[in-house]
Design a protein around this ligand. Structure first.
Ligand code: ZN
Ligand code: ZN
Length: 538
């Protein structure tokens, strides 16, 4: 039996395209070294759930339709109200390292997104010392006193939350500096935790890449409509600088582990310019007439702009990232007016117009639109019969969405529309949208047109300028070398790590171990240097 150790470092929502490019250009020497000497494999992320579904899928090895965490806001089951779907106690099964702990492995986990501390873990678990979504669970740890010790030693992470409206250039400079300082502090904290003892499994996550991608994309990308030529070089290189700091941090951490330690680097999911049309989706539904309004919009209205017209759906759309942050402000007894409106609306579903609609769009994931059918027997005041009527309505809406054009590019505005059961199966499927609408992400979408709906327009009003893209990247040392072309999905990573330690995956796990792909042709080298047989021959 081998005594192999595994160090897994997560880099949250860092673009693997940029990482490869900057590694090749010499900006990321640690990652470049790992790419040269180890393996790399594209990780297929779950479709249509990029903001909510990635980390819970990784934590549990199950699909979003099983764990039920797939979007920031979601419909509260059996109501027309919305709730935050991503609080860490929503995870229906414990994260996979619980099974390592139960098998007697010593485990250390620092800042795994959306994972609250596992009580009685055989090791340590720190939640939200410094993460992109710290509202998902209070900063805490196992053992409980540990997080206080870490804060006394390292202080708090310098970025509390990266979202803010109306930042000045100075504010952006300040955020950039605090993100880089945060990476440096996190590196020290991770190294300190790593060196506490000889862990079997160590897992630490850098989240500053996630914040940098959302907030700084327009400074880097000259094609972005908010690109500012006069912005400083520091702002234009902010994303690269944050990645460079993380690369240096990874180098420091790897400097404290022996050459015989297996290392995995996980880039969870991607990042690109935030071009999507979800903010226009309720206007499109309105024009389709599926809820009884006029399908053929009058020419004047069809050509007009809808800016300034605010439906509850669009109000929620505008507020969707700020919600947990504003909820914290609320705890301090401050009630910004729109949030009070939002809360009233969420809290009183009877005032919600969705109960009188056959189909409605609601804010779910940023890059993928979500439509719910008001289905009899599922929704409290369902209007659409299951079966033929349900399918006909979904087909009608799908056809109309696929016909939408972006008038600024003359190209189709929608890549695909999927009925949810084409993508997923699981017990929480009925909580998910009935239709997922994947926008074209190659250009901003400020208007949509088709012969059927005429034209609707509203400039995208969000303050984020970067948002998620499909696919992550797994890089490894101590396994085989070269590019791995077999398909590996986010939900395969947990069973792969359990398999690495010869710990069986729980019955709930839906992913498959990718270890046979990773170890093809390699031999485990225990740290005492004696050659060992591959595990399959043991
Ligand atoms: Zn994000
Ligand atoms: Zn952030």
């Amino acid at each position: 039996m081998t005594q192999s150790r595994l160090v897994l470092i997560g880099i949250d929502a860092a673009s693997s395209t940029l990482v490869r490019e900057w590694a090749a250009a010499g900006d990321l020497p640690t990652i470049a070294g790992l790419l040269r000497s180890g393996f790399d494999a594209t990780i297929a992320t779950p479709l249509g759930v990029l903001e909510g579904g990635i980390w819970p899928t990784f934590l549990t090895g199950t699909s979003p339709a099983s764990h039920g965490m797939f979007s920031h806001l979601k419909l509260k089951p059996r109501t027309y109200g919305l709730e935050v779907g991503m609080y860490a106690d929503r995870l229906p099964v414990p994260p996979f390292w619980t099974h390592l702990s139960r098998a007697g492995k010593r485990v250390a986990v620092i800042d795994a997104p959306f994972a609250r501390p596992v009580r009685k873990l055989n090791g340590i678990h720190v939640t939200n010392w410094g993460a992109h979504d710290p509202w998902c669970w209070p900063r805490s740890s196992w053992p409980p006193r540990l997080v206080g010790e870490l804060v006394r030693r390292f202080g708090s992470h310098p970025v509390d939350t990266c979202d803010a409206k109306d930042r000045s250039l100075e504010d952006y400079e300040d955020l950039r500096a605090r993100l880089i300082a945060g990476v440096e502090k996190k590196t020290s904290l991770l190294r300190h935790c790593l060196e506490r003892e000889r862990w079997d499994f160590f897992f630490g996550v850098f989240s500053e890449s996630h914040c940098a991608g959302h907030q700084f994309w327009h400074f880097m990308d000259p094609r972005h409509p908010q690109h500012d030529r006069k912005a400083s070089e520091a702002l234009r290189s902010a994303i690269r600088d944050v990645y460079r700091a993380i690369d240096a941090g990874v180098g420091t951490i790897l400097g404290s582990v022996g050459a015989g330690t297996h290392v995995l680097l996980l880039l969870s999911h991607g990042m690109g310019p935030y071009y999507a049309g979800s903010h226009l989706l309720d206007l499109v539904i309105e024009r389709l007439g599926v809820n009884g309004t006029c399908a053929a919009a009058p020419a004047s209205r069809a050509e007009g702009t809808t800016a300034g017209v605010s439906t509850p759906g669009r109000l929620l759309w505008t507020l969707r990232y700020l919600l947990p942050y504003e909820l914290r402000l609320e705890l301090k007894s401050r009630f910004p007016k729109p949030v009070a409106t939002l809360r009233r609306w969420i809290g009183r579903p009877d005032s919600n117009p969705w109960c009188r609609m056959r189909a409605f769009a609601f804010p779910s994931n940023n890059m993928t639109g979500a439509i719910r059918i008001n289905l009899k027997g599922r929704e409290p005041e369902g209007l659409v019969e299951p079966g033929v009527e349900y399918e006909a309505l979904r087909k009608d809406i799908t056809d109309a969405l696929l016909a939408l054009e972006n008038p600024e590019t003359g190209r189709p505005a929608v890549q695909w529309v999927a009925r949810v059961e084409e993508l997923y199966e699981g017990p929480r499927l009925r909580d998910m949208p009935d239709l997922l609408v994947e926008w074209d992400h190659n250009a901003p979408i400020n208007a949509l047109c088709s012969p059927r709906i005429g034209r609707v327009s509203q400039a995208f009003g969000g303050h984020r300028t970067g948002d998620h893209r499909q696919n992550g990247l797994l890089i490894g040392r101590g396994f085989r070398t070269g590019e791995i072309t077999e398909r590996i999905c986010t939900q395969d990573i947990a069973p792969t790590i359990l398999d690495f330690f010869n710990v069986p995956s729980p019955a709930t796990c839906e992913g498959k171990s990718a270890l046979p792909f990773l170890r093809n042709g390699w031999l485990i080298r225990p740290e005492d240097g004696t050659p060992a047989k591959p595990p399959q021959a043991a």
